[in-house]
Structures are given as C-alpha cells and as structure tokens.
Design a protein around this ligand. Structure first.
Ligand code: NDP
Length: 457
C-alpha cells in the first residue's frame, strides 16, 4: 500500500487552467443559455422540430429577430409565480426540520454529516428533501383536486416567461457565490482559486458556500428549485395533454413514472447524495448555480414538453419494452450506488451478492497533511465496471427518450447530453482518483479494467 498526496490545487492554493478547459468554459458560458432557449423555442414555435428553425432561417422564411419577437417575454405574473415557488422552497428547507425519518422505516433524514472536504472539514446538513417533496406534491394535488388556487397547467402556460426568471436567479446566485468567495467565504481553507476569472466564475471557488449555519447552496439549489420542480413540471405537462386532447397518452404516463422514480430515489437517498461528486468534489459556481436553476428543469424535462406537442401512444409491446428498460436501468443504478454506500459505511464488513466483498486497500493525504486510509470495492457491480452506476443511469435515460417514439430527435437530446456528462465525469473522476491514490488506483484499474461497458469502454 502506498501513501499519496492530493493534487496541489485541490484546496486553498492557486493553480493554472489549460487552454482547452478555458475555451470550453467560455464557450459553455456563452452558448448554454442559447441551447436552452433553442429547444424550448423550437417546441413553442416549430412543433419541437430541431431542424426547422435552421431550415426556415436558411430559406429566409424567418429571421432571428422574428423568432425573438414571437418568443413570450418576461412577465411580472411569471416573476410572482417564480418568487412564490422559490420562497416556498427556501421556507420548507430552512424552517421545517425533518420529521419523516422518525416514522418512515429505513429512511435517513435529519441532521447528517457530509464527507470530509479537501481541507479536512466535515459539514453538517439538515436532510429534509423527501419531506419538502412530499409537502410540495401534496399541496399540488390538493390544489388540483379541491382548492383550485391555480391551474395544474400553470407551469406549461408560463414556461418561457418562467425561463427568464430562472435565468435571473441562476446568474444572480452564481454571481453572488463568486463575489462571496472573495469577500466572506464560509471556509476560506476550502476555496480553490485558478489564475482565470472565467474559470473561477464557472466552476466555482467556494467548496460549500453557506449563509448562516444551515443554508447550504449546493444542497438547496440542486435539490429544490431543480429536482423538486422536475416532477411538478412533468405533472403540468400531463395536465396540459389532458386539457388539449381530453386524454393522457401511455408515453406521458411512462415519462412521469420513470422520472418520478428517479426523483423520489434522489430524495429517499439525499443523505447518500452528500457523498457524491457534486457535494464531495465540485465547487459551487455557475456550473451548479445556473445549471440547477435553468439547465436541469428545462432540459431534463424535454420529453414531457415534446409529448404535449406530439401525444405519442405506444403499442403495448413498445410501452412494456420501455418500462422494462427504464426499470432495469434504475435497478442497476440504485444497486451499484447502494453497494458502494454499504461497503464504505461498514468499512468492508458487509456482504455483496451474498459474499464477503473483495477490495483494494489504499491511502492518501488531505491538504492539511493528514494521512487517511480508504478501500476500493472490486465485488458486485463494482467488479463488472468502474462506473456501472453511470451505465444504469444511461439505460434509464434512454428509456425516457424511447418513450417518445422515433418521430423527432428533440427528446433524444437527453441521452446525448447524459452520455457526454457521465463520460466526462468518469474521466474527470478517474483523473482525480488517480492523483489521490497513485499506484493503488493503478492496482484497482488493473483489477477492473473497463469504465462503463465491459469489453467495450
Ligand atoms: P460515484 O458515486 O461513482 O462516486 C465516485 C467516487 O466513488 C470516486 O470519486 C471515489 O471517491 C469513489 N469510488 C470510486 N470507485 C470506487 C470503488 N470501487 N469502491 C469504493 N469507492 C469508489 O459518482 P457520482 O458521485 O458522480 O455519481 C453518483 C450517482 O449520481 C451516479 O449513479 C450517477 O449516475 C448519478 N448522477 C446523475 C446525474 C444527473 O444529472 N442525472 C449527474 C451526476 C451523477 P473517493 O475519493 O471517496 O474514493
């Protein structure tokens, strides 16, 4: 077993950004908001055709200005809806401590420890996401059934005006986090500065920015305006289909069910989420702040949006195939994550697939010089490939897209994006693990040679 030092630059020091990363960052900062606008506008004005706006521009049938002029603009009524929504989620997050863990067997909620940060700190988190999700959805259904304060199609009906509000919040939060990192960082020893201002803005400086003791930016923005909204947005699309066509298609039900399982899984396992790359390794910048406010709610829900414009009714056999693919993907995704969690929580003293797990002992140093030991699991799905959880996630993602049939490519954007995201994430994570564990990581990759698909990649 060999002792390895963390890469310099993990925390508290200045490090350089290569040109490729810098160009990618600037390109993303410029183009990502246009990509979101393009897809949403393509549905609003061109029946969800991705190619039609470009073809009509080429033929001169439309101009950029005419497309822009036809797009619904910012409205104060959407701003009010958005403010109430975000304000309500802040209230639930900060003011309603978790009680669900007291009566739901097996659920881990309430105050929990996060992972050790690069500077060696362990933050505490109030895990109440499941409770917030349940309260929000109970209110949604109560409104639709009894109160009728607002239409169940309210999100769809204000979709583009709400997008401008989400952008405002996304940029405001990212800019605030950027300035805060210089003026009043929560944990200065966990700040990461590069020599480049764009990179700092995009990838973030502070590791776990907070306001007060409990308002954690990463946990709040990823989970609440992002993932709680996901299922509500899908419900709004389902209601719109019902309103427009007097029926809800099986594809819409499939998208709602499969994505609903994924969202519920996230909140059921919110304490586990504290140990994922988002919380353990990424810093909070535009990538997470704007991404959680705009990219996630707008692009992860494209399937439901598409199905409002194209109500696809799948044959029973196709619907069953999509359902099975989605459930199998979910099973692999969840079991793989569960195996690592179980293994790490019990420090290897558990059973995986009915046997004592095999693993590789390794060690590393944190930035404060402390020596730590760790173990890399080589049993179960972790012996099949080094990131089989991503493979399961990708199978589930493909099922959401396949539910929309083969009429257009727009709903398939999600699987293309998830493949790029997870392959990039895999490479990024392995680079980090390799510098963290050194020769021990090499022993691990020799034992488990493939990343996502055995024999292929
Ligand atoms: P992982 O849960 O795979 O965590 C990777 C970390 O686990 C590594 O950095 C390493 O950390 C540790 N590790 C790696 N190999 C082993 C091993 N063999 N045994 C024990 N520990 C190991 O990655 P993520 O946090 O990225 O993903 C979590 C889940 O979230 C995934 O299922 C992914 O699909 C999903 N996800 C979904 C996204 C979405 O937008 N829908 C976006 C991102 C993720 P250490 O330093 O502790 O050793």
């Amino acid at each position: 077993m060999q002792v390895n030092a963390l890469e310099s630059g993990e925390a508290g020091s200045l490090w350089e950004v290569d040109w490729f990363s810098l160009i990618s960052v600037v390109a993303l900062l410029i183009f990502a908001p246009f990509i979101v606008f393009y897809f949403v506008m393509a549905c609003d004005q061109f029946q969800c055709s991705v190619s039609e706006p470009l073809l009509q521009l080429y033929r001169g049938d439309v101009t950029l200005l005419s497309i822009w002029a036809r797009a619904p603009s910012f409205s104060w009524s959407a701003a009010k809806i958005y403010a109430v929504w975000v304000g309500f989620q802040v209230f639930l997050y900060l003011c309603v401590p978790d009680v669900t863990h007291k009566f739901i067997p097996g659920y881990v909620g309430g105050v929990q420890d996060g992972a050790r940060t690069p500077a060696g700190l362990i933050n505490k988190y109030e895990i109440n996401g499941l409770q917030c999700w349940l309260i929000t959805h109970a209110l949604w259904f109560a409104n639709a059934r009894y109160f009728h304060w607002f239409s169940p199609t309210i999100i769809f009906d204000n979709w583009i005006p709400l997008m401008w509000c989400a952008n405002l919040l996304g940029y405001a939060v990212s800019t605030f986090a950027f300035v805060k990192a210089y003026i009043f960082p929560t944990n200065p020893e966990d700040c990461k500065f590069t020599g480049n201002v764009f990179y700092n803005y995009m990838m973030g400086i502070e590791f776990n920015p907070r306001i007060g003791k409990w308002f954690d930016f990463k946990l709040f923005f990823n989970g609440r305006p992002g993932i709680v909204a996901w299922t509500l947005i899908n419900l709004s699309y389902m209601s719109k289909q019902q309103e427009l066509y007097g029926t809800v298609t099986n594809s819409m039900i499939l998208v709602n069910i499969l994505q609903g399982i994924y969202v519920l899984d996230f909140f059921w396992n919110e304490a586990w989420y504290l140990k994922t790359i988002d919380i353990c390794h990424d810093h909070f910048g535009w990538y997470l702040g704007w991404g959680d406010c705009v990219w996630l709610p707008y692009l992860y829900t494209l399937q439901g949006l598409y199905l409002v414009y194209h109500p696809v009714q799948l044959s029973d056999a196709s619907a069953l195939a999509v359902l099975l693919l989605g459930l199998l993907g979910y099973y692999i995704f969840r079991s793989t994550n569960h195996q690592k969690d179980l293994f790490r929580r019990h420090d290897g003293s558990c059973t995986i697939w009915g046997r004592k797990p095999s693993f590789i002992e390794c060690s590393y140093r944190s930035a404060d010089g402390g020596l730590h030991r760790s173990k890399l699991l080589t049993s179960g799905f972790w012996g099949v490939a080094r990131h089989f959880n991503y493979t399961g996630d990708l199978m589930g993602s493909l099922a959401y897209c396949a539910a929309c049939g083969l009429g257009h490519i727009l709903p398939y954007f999600y699987i293309v994006y998830m493949t790029i995201l997870l392959v990039h994430r895999c490479v990024r994570d392995e680079h980090r693990c390799s510098s963290k564990y050194g020769k021990d990581w090499k022993r691990y990759t020799d034992a488990v040679p493939y990343r996502l698909i055995p024999g292929v990649f």
